[in-house]
Ligand binder design. Sequence first.
Ligand code: GDP
Ligand code: MG
Length: 439
Amino acid sequence: LSDKLQNTLGKLKGKGKVSEKDVDEAMREVKLALLEADVNFKVVKNFVKTVKERSIGSEVMESLTPGQQVIKIVNEELTNLMGTSEVKLNFAKQGPTVILMCGLQGAGKTTTVGKLAKKLKKEGKRPLIVACDVYRPAAIKQLEVVSQQVEVPFFQMGDKISPVDISKAALEHAKKNGNNVVIIDTAGRLHIDEGLMEELKEIKASTNPDDTLLVLDAMTGQDAVNVAQHFDQDLSITGVILTKLDGDARGGAALSIRAVTDKPIKFITMGEKMDQLEVFHPDRMASRILGMGDVLSLIERAQSSVDEKKARELEEKLRSQSFTFDDFLDQLEQMKKMGPISELMGMIPGVNKQALKGFDESGSEKAMKQMEAIIRSMTVKERANPDIIDNSRRKRIAQGSGTQLVEVNRLIKQFKDLRKMMKQFGNFGKGKKRRKMKL
Ligand code: GDP
Ligand code: MG
């Protein structure tokens, strides 16, 4: 598939805007990729529509083909669909936090209870693991072994008492023993059935969980989505844990689950070991679902060259003397993301790195904060026209920003030097050939 896609993408290089034809061509491949990854058909259909609307007429980033541009949008929309950022567990403000685990048999509930307990313990919580699967003879024992593995206290009352009563008793036990998180393992069935749902509803009603987490096997693909829909309708889940992603499932279920239930995936599990639980990252899942790793890394590289383009725009401003302290402030903001200004300036063709020495020294975060404070203490007029900043203004700025006069002076001098240097450079650039500038 990837080869085919590369071909399609390759053909389209060098256009200014994404056309409908570009989108259709790229989306044919995307559609296949999504269906192959087990994304629900309806979800794919809607998704394609959204991407199409956003893509047609959009500007193609430099060094990308229109097809790649479409994939970029696909990737962003996929990530958006799954929630853009991680969703944390809900913790009770008072009393022990209750986490109710539910799902079909074999989905990975019991194993995941152990993993979650281990994680919470590591974070300083005092979890209690509760055995409410009283139907399979070995279930209680299995959970006990898991709890020993992760060294977390275990609560059980055998298999003669109803899960509702066990869970109530477990809550009392937790309060008495200072356990601030109670994780309840429940029984699963091979298929959704009324009896199971009724029991889960009762447990839920009597323990009032802060999280009702549905454990779903990613390998079951489309089925997982149906299961999610059912459980959510009956039990109103608060999140999903997607298991067995160490297998070859592409994880399309993740996308469908979110689209169909609008409930977040909170964790994924990547193996049978107790530390193989991870926070769910929508962006990583998006790449996995698309299965276009090489195209995506290409897009990433293009993104970083956009930052270079910004640097070039900055160069223009500097040369035309329209560079102001507001631009400078913008640059400081950028730098927080991009690294030291010397590096940024270093991207400008022809700039001698030696000349940036003054900026190098100020590269530390503290100095940056100080610069920012100084600029923020300037008035709009001062920022736009630094030449009006006389001595008394400098004193006021120093006071306002909690800095020393020398520091204000230094920043203004740096700023002017930079401008001067760029002006010289600008004159140079007007010559026949652009030569490397020596300062
Ligand atoms: P339950 O019936 O929902 O309680 O499921 P279990 O916790 O008993 O797990 C069923 C099987 O799936 C066990 O063999 C687990 O070791 C296995 N399992 C659970 N999570 C994962 C996972 O993330 N990756 C893999 N490969 N196996 C898993
Ligand atoms: Mg179990």
